[in-house]
Design a protein around this ligand. Structure first.
Ligand code: S3P
Length: 425
């Protein structure tokens, strides 16, 4: 796809529903007693993979425009799947569902696409095995496909080496079935959507700092889930508005959970013109409208506990940093290497091809901003966040940018290009 330079962006956009919350709505809805209605569900390929897996586990799920209705089976009502559960490109589906399947009374096989087959699963296999689970990586190297034979589980206290909501969530879901309390201690707090939603569905969950606990549970109860817009999708518009001269974009009803709002903190520290109107009537997760206008930006250091709160936004933050005066250093972000692609390598090589002064480090990137970008051939490597980040870069580069495999935005934002196009002046 060819991307050309834009001269100002203006208008309002309602980004699609939050991916993490949409996944969890289906999962907890399936495990609950009674019906769960999910409003504002993200109809992206990843969340549809979660629906497909739970349908194969015997759950009736109906889709009405952006509302999903799940007929819950109860915690012990899932059925033995006769087919392999295919998670597609979705790491969240594979890791969280591993926690759901480990304590069942049946066996299941999990697989996914070429990218999933490269993603490390030992991070869930090891702690779940400590709880008593029987999970095998078919090739023996910790990579999918996985075979899970249901077993009785025991509660454990697990000190996770990585701040990962996927690991934490897998253990909390498995912990619902364990014989005692399950505790997960993270090095830094990751997104807490599972804890919040489990509580709303009636589980006994508590959290303190970066520690989350769940008690064994007899039953969850179906709820109405209202999904706010995904701050990770809004991030492309925030950055586009900040770096494109003469721009102003308002993103309506975006999720503002403090475990996800690092991008807002970074934009403010870099000097962006950003204002937020919190929606006092939002149900469940906090939400509000965000307006960003173009302004002068300066480089900063992004590190430590901030990283998990903006982990999926780092590719577009790398683009942002190319347009800031001075140096931006991204540290403590090794996790970027094991996302849908190695996001450090691919963002550095794509932005370098466009003329940026950017270097990869062991745990992040160093970007000397202010060098004008020019069009080039850039590759999404079929990673949706790389595709959207490079689109924002291409919109601010001289000449044409040819983005390879642009269609992968269907994973989290099927109408991304149409929405962005509508805002061009
Ligand atoms: C997610 C957690 C994050 C994030 C992913 C979605 C989730 O992964 O990168 O896109 O919904 O739990 P990690 O928790 O492994 O960092």
């Amino acid at each position: 796809m060819i991307i050309t330079k834009v001269h100002g962006l203006s208008g309002t956009v309602r980004v699609p529903g939050d991916k993490s919350i949409s996944h969890r709505g289906v999962m907890l809805g399936a495990l609950a007693k009674g019906q769960t209605e999910i409003h504002g569900f993200l109809m992206g390929a990843d969340c549809l993979s979660t629906i497909d897996c739970f349908r194969k586990l015997g759950v009736r799920i109906n889709i009405y425009s952006d509302t999903v209705v799940v007929e819950g089976m109860g915690l012990r009502g899932l059925k033995n799947p006769i087919q392999t559960l295919n998670v597609g490109n979705s790491g969240t589906t594979m890791r969280l569902i591993s926690g759901v399947l480990a304590p069942q009374k049946f066996s299941a096989k999990l697989d996914g696409d070429a990218s999933i087959r490269k993603r490390p699963m030992n991070r869930v296999i090891m702690p779940l095995s400590e709880m008593g689970a029987d999970i095998k990586s078919e090739s023996g190297d910790g990579l999918p496909p996985l075979m899970i034979n249901g077993k009785d589980l025991k509660g454990i206290t697990y000190k996770s080496p990585v701040a990962s909501a996927q690991v934490k969530s897998a253990l909390l879901l498995a912990g619902l079935y364990a014989d005692g309390e399950t505790t997960v201690i993270e090095p830094a707090l990751s997104r807490n959507h599972t804890e919040l939603m489990l509580k709303a569905f009636g589980a006994e969950v508590s959290s303190e700092g970066a520690t989350a606990r769940v008690k064994p549970c007899d039953e969850l109860f179906g709820q109405m889930v209202v999904v706010p817009g995904d701050i990770s999708s809004a991030a492309y518009f925030m950055v586009a508005a900040a770096i494109t001269p003469d721009s102003e974009i308002t993103m309506k009803n975006v999720g503002l959970n403090p475990t996800r709002d690092g991008i807002i903190r970074v934009l403010k520290e870099m000097g962006a013109d950003i204002s937020i109107r919190v929606n006092e009537r939002a149900v469940g997760e906090p939400a509000g409208d965000i307006t960003v206008r173009s302004s002068e930006l300066k480089g900063i250091t992004i590190e430590g506990n901030l990283i998990p709160t903006l982990i999926d936004e780092l590719p577009v933050i790398a683009v942002l940093a190319c347009f800031a005066k001075g140096t931006t250093v991204i540290k403590d972000a090794e996790e970027l290497k094991v996302k849908e692609s190695n996001r450090i390598d691919i963002m550095v090589s794509n932005l370098k091809a466009m003329g940026a002064d950017i270097e990869a480090t062991d745990d992040g990137m160093i970007i000397n901003g202010g060098k004008p970008l020019h069009g080039a051939v850039v590759d999404s490597v079929k990673d949706h966040r790389v595709a959207m980040s490079m689109t924002v870069a291409g919109m601010n580069a001289d000449g044409d940018t040819d983005l390879i495999d642009a269609h992968c935005v269907k994973i989290s934002y099927p109408r991304f290009y149409e929405d962005m196009q509508r805002l061009t002046v």
